[in-house]
Design a protein around this ligand. Structure first.
Ligand SMILES: Cc1cc2nc3c(=O)[nH]c(=O)nc-3n(C[C@H](O)[C@H](O)[C@H](O)COP(=O)(O)OP(=O)(O)OC[C@H]3O[C@@H](n4cnc5c(N)ncnc54)[C@H](O)[C@@H]3O)c2cc1C
Length: 408
């Protein structure tokens, strides 16, 4: 379907598709089997300028918005959802900097993320603080011009390979959610080390690590959005970043259908192609309809959100105020409801479509040396991270109740 992408957006899609086919596809099976991060794929994505499509030109990006990032993530995920995470995590790391960073923080960090020279990560989850991120027990105690970080973060995607980490810690436990502060922490800061690497069901080429902070000294200039404002930073980030998970889910579903159609067309049983059975065609019809509905929702939400985001980014470049402050002026409200909807819809769709893809391929669909089961394993995570789909439903339900109350 024609989504009336601009010439630049279409070029981004074609570039990402070519990189995915030529550089990601040849390594995906090995990286999945060995749980290996592919620096070759990263190098190809860097060379194709895919890391900074959503970052302003003043910081070396292409000047796009959330949609451009989603187009890249969708195309790479169509081949490998794990490799795509190298870029998607850069978005999750840098959106808090884009939204809440000072001009100095943006100048310091965004150019290297835009070029792909440095990978990014975002770390809020802890062993006892998952869906309830306010339960964070990682502490940041101010001593003069520094904060001293202590604690453990877990399940950090791009862990160990990333150079820049946006991190959330409590600066005042007694204040609960209002005591959380966001920081930017560089890999290599003394006291910051890596713990356990997780062994996973899917997205196995993406490293997921535990992070340890042991009297890790971070300068106060690394505070993001102000002390005690961390929860706003996290919420504002998720509003913009969740469509990235949706794009990963969409690409995974599309990739599963691509492989399934190729197979079902040539596979013969009872003297005819498996695809010629009407029951197969009905499954395919449902799969492609759900994919197109998901794509339509994702593109329309990100296009609309980008209108606000791009206006706010331009205004911030002129005023020196944060993008988050400028967003309040241009936006009719927060994007929480729609970004939750798009993440929920696309990830549930991907789980269903990839499960049906395995079914349609029969026994071979279940085998490790055939690519379809990997798409099903990769799809599952999109229903879990950046807030489980129960949490997305909570967010949407809360927004609806609030709107009703406002109407009176
Ligand atoms: C592979 C992987 C990569 C990840 N990458 C990152 C990362 O880069 N950075 C990062 O910070 N985190 C990351 N995470 C963490 C991820 O965001 C959390 O796992 C997720 O938010 C859920 O938290 P939890 O695992 O503690 O589950 P829990 O919060 O323990 O939830 C368990 C179950 O309870 C349900 N539940 C909990 N609270 C509610 C509620 N209020 N209402 C209804 N149901 C509820 C959940 O939906 C779930 O089904 C990653 C996780 C994985 C598995």
């Amino acid at each position: 379907m024609n989504y009336f992408l601009t010439e630049e957006q279409q070029a981004i899609v074609e570039t990402a598709r070519e990189v995915a086919q030529k550089k990601v596809k040849p390594v995906r099976e090995h990286c999945d089997a060995e749980e290996k991060f592919s620096w070759e794929a990263v190098e190809a994505m860097r060379a194709a300028d895919l890391f900074g499509v959503y970052i302003h030109q003043n910081y070396g990006g292409l000047g796009g918005g959330g949609l451009e990032l989603c187009l890249v993530v969708e195309e790479i995920s169509r081949v490998c959802g794990g490799v795509a995470l190298a870029i998607a995590c850069g978005g999750l790391c840098s959106f808090p900097i884009i939204l809440y960073g000072t001009p100095e923080q943006k100048k310091k960090y965004l150019p290297d993320i835009a070029s792909g020279k440095k990978l990014g990560a975002f770390t809020i989850t802890e062993p006892e603080a998952g869906s309830d991120a306010t339960a964070t027990s990682c502490t940041a105690k101010q001593e003069g011009d520094y904060y001293i970080l202590n604690g453990v973060k877990n399940f950090c995607s791009n862990g160990e390979v990333a150079e820049v980490y946006t991190l959330f810690a409590t600066t005042n436990k007694a204040r609960g959610a209002r005591g959380i502060t966001a920081f930017i922490v560089d890999k290599g800061t003394p006291g910051f080390t890596f713990g356990k690497k997780e062994t996973k069901m899917g997205i196995r080429s993406s490293p997921t690590y535990e992070l340890h902070f042991d009297n890790c000294k971070v300068h106060k200039s690394q505070v993001l959005g102000g002390e005690g404002r961390g929860l706003f930073v996290a919420q504002g980030t998720f509003d913009i970043s969740r469509p990235g998970v949706a794009a990963q889910a969409l690409g995974i579903a599309q990739g599963a259908v691509d492989e399934t159609l190729n197979y079902a067309k040539m596979r013969k049983q009872f003297g005819q192609s498996v695809l010629s059975f009407q029951s197969s065609q009905h499954m395919v019809a449902d799969m492609v309809t759900q994919i197109e509905a998901a794509r339509a929702l994702l593109y329309s939400v990100t296009k609309a959100m980008d209108v606000d985001l791009k206006l706010a980014v331009e205004a911030s470049e002129k005023s020196g105020k944060t993008v988050a402050e400028e967003m309040k002026k241009v936006s009719s409200g927060r994007w929480t409801k729609y970004s939750a909807m798009v993440k929920l819809f696309c990830s549930d769709m991907a789980m269903k479509v990839t499960t049906d893809a395995v079914q349609l391929c029969g026994g071979i669909g279940y085998m490790r040396d055939f690519p379809v089961e990997k798409f099903m394993r990769d799809a599952k995570i999109t229903q879990i991270y950046e807030g489980t789909n129960q949490i997305q439903r909570n967010e949407i339900g809360y927004a609806v109740i609030k709107e009703l109350a406002q109407k009176g």
